[in-house]
Design a protein around this ligand. Structure first.
Ligand SMILES: [Zn+2]
Ligand SMILES: [Zn+2]
Length: 347
């Protein structure tokens, strides 16, 4: 089969012929990959940025960690899954043997191996995964929407960490797929107003408009962050600000846009340390919180949300390409026109 792989510790990826995975062993499931999203992580792995050099001893590896597919085969002893069933897959494979795993505290596993990062992933027609990582997808959710589950859990976790309450005014910085998901979950949590801002992001903001959001700001058009937020800050500062850009320039303005006792959530991966004015943070009783991978227990709820919100979520998938055009898919994902580019590996 064809697979998109990181073959050596250097810039680039290769679409090459590899052996199909073996039949699933005990506790394993073989997935026929229907849809696999291209994520910022994949772009970093392609570019071989410093934060991903930990992969070097594990190469070659097939990448792709945001995916859905049908169960092609099940190993001995697997219960709760059936051949042909559509599933999404939690990409974080826990070790099963450390003290935390043995105690059933899988979220605390310290020796996890990411599918599509440290073990073979989903930019291939078949992917072998631990069966316990498979989350069944209800009828009515298309495979390409099911492939959004992993980034949606990240968005869901950011809104939970922010403590968004009914009646809050929420500012989301960054209109990419994580920011779009944050906007959806903030609205579902009862936020009175959700403002989403980007920079040179007309296409992604247009997706949000199709999802029913109206308070959208493009700082490239307003002449700056302060100018873009001024009309909203005239009504008061925000209860919660959630950053999903990884851009250092937004952090100080984010704190300035936050009211006293407010919460700033950081989800972006920042390439360098960011200076912040801690005096203002202290005097305003503000809280700064980091948000990352969601706990396993959140997945079924996010999948249930996908069923009730499939129509809005469909707008997030802006491009679909076969695996043979993976290079094109990555180029699209690098540009600012796409929200989520999905590769469809299974024939
Ligand atoms: Zn991802
Ligand atoms: Zn473990």
């Amino acid at each position: 089969m064809q697979a998109l792989r990181k073959t050596r510790p250097d810039h680039g990826l290769e679409l090459i012929e590899v052996d199909a995975p073996p039949a699933p062993g005990p506790g394993e499931a073989l997935i026929a990959v229907q849809a696999a999203g291209v994520c910022g992580t994949d772009l970093h792995i392609d570019a071989w940025t410093a934060g991903y050099h930990f992969m070097a001893p594990h190469l070659p590896v097939t990448i792709g960690h945001e995916f859905s597919g049908t169960v092609a085969a099940l190993g001995p002893g697997v219960e709760g899954l059936a051949p042909g069933q559509l599933v999404t897959v939690r990409p974080s494979a826990t070790c099963g043997t450390c003290a935390a795993c043995r105690a059933g505290h899988h979220d605390a596993c310290g020796t996890r191996r990411g599918i599509g990062v440290l073990r073979d992933g989903a930019f291939a027609p078949r992917c072998l995964v631990p069966a316990r990582n498979c989350v069944p997808i209800p009828d009515g959710v298309p495979a390409e929407v099911a492939a959004l589950a992993e980034p949606l859990t990240v968005s869901h976790e950011a809104v939970r960490v922010g403590g968004v309450q009914a009646g809050d005014r929420v500012l989301v910085l960054g209109p990419g797929n994580i920011g779009q998901g944050i906007a959806l979950f903030a609205r579902a949590a009862g936020a009175r107003q959700v403002v989403v801002a980007g920079h040179g992001d007309a296409a992604r903001l247009a997706v949000l408009r199709r999802m029913g959001f109206e308070d959208l700001v493009d700082f490239a058009e307003t002449g700056g962050i302060a100018e873009g937020l001024a009309p909203y800050l005239a009504d008061g500062r925000f209860d919660v600000v959630i950053e999903a850009t990884g851009a250092a320039a937004v952090v100080a303005p984010a704190l300035q846009a936050l009211k006293a006792h407010g919460v700033l959530v950081i989800t972006g991966i920042h390439a360098a340390p960011v200076p912040i004015d801690l005096v203002a943070l202290v005097r305003n009783h503000q809280q700064l919180r980091g948000s990352y991978r969601a706990p396993e227990a959140d997945w079924p709820g996010v999948v249930a949300f996908m069923r009730t919100h499939a129509a809005e979520l469909r707008h997030m998938v802006t491009h679909r390409l076969p695996l043979a055009r993976a290079a094109e898919a990555f180029a699209l994902a690098r540009g600012r026109q796409a929200t989520k580019v999905v590769v469809q590996p299974a024939p």
